[in-house]
Ligand binder design. Structure first.
Ligand SMILES: [Zn+2]
Length: 318
């Protein structure tokens, strides 16, 4: 009896926990959005910039706790003020030492572990510069002192602003499933097309002209000719991953640098361009070279896209 009941029980438990997980994710997104909107109301800093800063800081953290709301980490000497000897969270004292820690929840404490205080402090820091797009860029540069960070945050903000939500969890496989294509794990192969010294990516073989799609929400960062990559597109997604599409036949009409894309948007078509001056084509069979690069806040490195491609392909089949 137990043997028969147990699998059913397990199955029900599994369904239940999957549903719980979806509900939890939804609740967290709602709670985050409420916090962004509330902070926007008191600081005039657009919610999508606050959301983008928070998302970027989450992206660069190792093993970020997905149930947390705020991931922004303000260094202690900046929070409390450089000359402040104490770690007293009294917001008046922090103010005296010109610390940037502020009280966002009205308890007179500027607590660096309190979500509302942290988000409000960041918003306040930005608002001091101004709330126009250009002002925010300057404030971000002053704080982060890193071009890629400022650019990434601006890109994420643009995506959130475009779709008016932070609930952007979908993905897609870059090739429509009803077209003929094939790929295998070629990560690190000595010979590949369009890689560097080792093969940094996955080659998806398909016919000339097969549509190529965006896989995640992001912004077109680079478009044009590259000696090895041929006609190529680089898209940076909202998780601080850079997606590199190479050897393309051509780009979709009207697509340009700075455009926001969503999973499934056709951005280009498969070709065999590269390994020569602009226009060189046919030196190898047509395929899409797909590369992925991750920014950790200090540097960017390539990682194996193959497991992602497999997952996106599986999900696209559903
Ligand atoms: Zn390749």
């Amino acid at each position: 009896m137990i043997k028969r009941v147990f699998p059913i029980f397990l199955f029900l438990f599994f369904c239940h926990s999957q549903q719980m997980l979806a509900e939890t994710t939804d609740d967290i997104l709602k709670a985050k959005m409420a916090l962004y909107k509330k902070t926007e109301a008191v600081t005039q800093v657009p919610w999508y910039y606050l959301a983008a800063i928070n998302q970027y800081e989450k992206n660069i953290q190792k093993n970020a706790d997905t149930e947390k709301l705020v991931f922004i980490t303000i260094p202690e000497e900046q929070w409390f003020g450089i000359a402040n000897p104490s770690k007293n969270t009294n917001s008046n004292i922090i103010g005296l030492f010109e610390g940037i820690g502020k009280d966002g929840n009205g308890d007179q404490q500027a607590d660096p572990t309190d979500d509302e205080d942290v988000l409000y402090s960041m918003a306040n820091l930005i608002a001091k510069q101004g709330t126009s797009k250009q002002d925010i860029k300057i404030a971000l540069w002053d704080y982060y002192q890193r071009a890629l960070t400022v650019q990434s945050i601006s890109q994420i903000a643009k995506v959130y602003q475009t779709f008016e939500t932070i609930n952007l969890l979908d993905s897609d496989f870059p090739i429509p499933l009803h077209h003929n294509y094939s790929y295998r794990n070629t990560w690190g192969d000595a010979r590949g097309f369009g890689g560097r010294r080792i093969h940094e990516g996955t080659d998806i073989f398909a016919n000339y002209g097969t549509p190529v799609k965006a896989t995640r929400y992001g912004v077109v960062e680079i478009m044009g000719w590259n000696r090895f990559g041929g006609w190529r597109i680089g898209i940076r997604d909202i998780y601080s991953n850079y997606h590199y599409y190479a050897h393309l036949n051509g780009f979709s009409d009207d697509l340009k640098v700075g455009d926001v894309v969503k999973p499934g948007d056709v951005i280009a078509s498969v070709g065999a361009t590269g390994y020569g001056p602009p226009g060189t084509s046919g030196k190898f069979p047509p395929h899409l070279h797909y590369g992925m690069y991750k920014d950790n806040g200090y540097s960017e490195w390539s990682f194996d896209p193959y497991p992602y491609l497999r997952r996106w392909e599986k999900e696209a089949r559903k």
